[in-house]
Ligand binder design. Structure first.
Ligand code: SF4
Length: 318
């Protein structure tokens, strides 16, 4: 498998300031030493609780925010070293689908203008109307609606339009950041199916961010689990669901409600909230909530260890 992205030792820290002078009193450690590859034509599901750093990672990969340190290689070139013009070319190839389709579309623009805007930004003038018609066909919407405004559509239809805008320049990579969590359950499956079809049809590579393991299971080829700015486990989908190793992965899976009471006592129930990234625990970041925590876990940080060809785990138990 060819790597599209190689993320190396990526860190993101936000300064915390205090008072009128803006003195730095500490840092929020949003991403800590992230090493991750994204392969061409795969959907990598990124799962974790709110505040675990998933969206920060997605935004760094698109260079919508600049990380504190590290490298993000896109086809062997570090996007963090690109100049403005090179970055514009990169953006044509790497797009974002936002969580909330009610906020991500300009309410004053007609759908036609929303879809035309990326062509104008990138100085493309050929066959725009034909490309807009084709994209409407791909997302399953009628071209009659191009003259309407976003408020005239349901949430699912707006998310289709937002997806159309993201793929209209034929990008190679998409970050889909919780693209269905603001939608009704009945509509979620339609949007997930649309993204799966588009991935096949357009040979897209996708980072699919979600806290919903059932959707991640449905759509992803590989799964990465994040906790407090660190990757705790990465595995291929079937390996992850049948043979996950990290206690946090187990806890996330145990949190999915099932009707059966069987094996309830063996489940890991997560207690308390995610610790503050402003003052993260020393050693293993998960030790404050882990039922298997030892003295070593409180002092030392486990490495992300490779346990089989495509399976990596960060835990001293492994
Ligand atoms: Fe739990 Fe220790 Fe493994 Fe961390 S390293 S997940 S605290 S057993």
């Amino acid at each position: 498998m060819k790597k599209l992205f190689e993320i190396k030792e990526l860190n993101m820290r936000y300064p915390v300031t205090n008072g009128l002078m803006g003195n730095i009193t500490g840092y929020v450690y949003a991403l800590n030493n992230i090493n991750l590859d994204i392969y061409e034509n795969e959907i990598l599901g990124l799962v974790g609780e709110s505040g675990s750093g998933k969206s920060t990672l997605g935004n760094c990969i698109l260079k919508l925010i600049t990380p504190t340190s590290g490298k993000i290689l896109f086809e062997n070139e570090n996007i963090l070293e690109k100049n403005k013009k090179q970055l514009k070319n990169f953006r044509r190839n790497a797009q974002l689908v936002f969580q909330n389709p009610y906020m991500s579309l300009n309410p004053r623009m007609k759908i036609y203008d929303i879809l035309k805007e990326p062509f104008i930004v990138h100085g493309i003038h050929d066959n725009i109307d034909e490309k807009i018609k084709n994209i409407m066909f791909l997302i399953g919407m009628n071209i009659d609606v191009l003259n309407r405004y976003p408020h005239e559509f349901s949430g699912g239809q707006r998310q289709r339009i937002a997806i159309a805008r993201a793929i209209i320049l034929n990008p190679r990579f998409i970050v889909a950041d919780e693209p269905v969590s603001a939608l009704d359950v009945s509509i979620q499956a339609q949007i997930v199916n649309l993204l799966t079809d588009l991935k096949k049809h357009l040979n897209l590579t996708m980072l699919f961010i979600s806290h919903d393991l059932s959707i991640i299971k449905y759509i992803s080829d590989r799964i990465a689990v994040m906790y407090l700015g660190e990757i705790l486990e990465i595995a291929e989908k079937n390996d992850f669901f049948n043979n996950h190793k990290h206690p946090y992965s187990q806890a996330l899976l145990d949190a999915v409600p099932v009707i059966s009471e069987e094996n309830k006592s063996k489940k890991i129930i997560l207690e308390g909230d995610l610790p503050s990234p402003n003052n993260p625990p020393k050693g293993c970041k998960f030790h404050t909530r882990c039922p298997y925590c030892s003295e070593k876990c409180k002092k030392e940080l486990p490495e992300l260890k490779q346990i089989s060809e495509n399976h990596f785990v960060r835990c001293f138990l492994i």
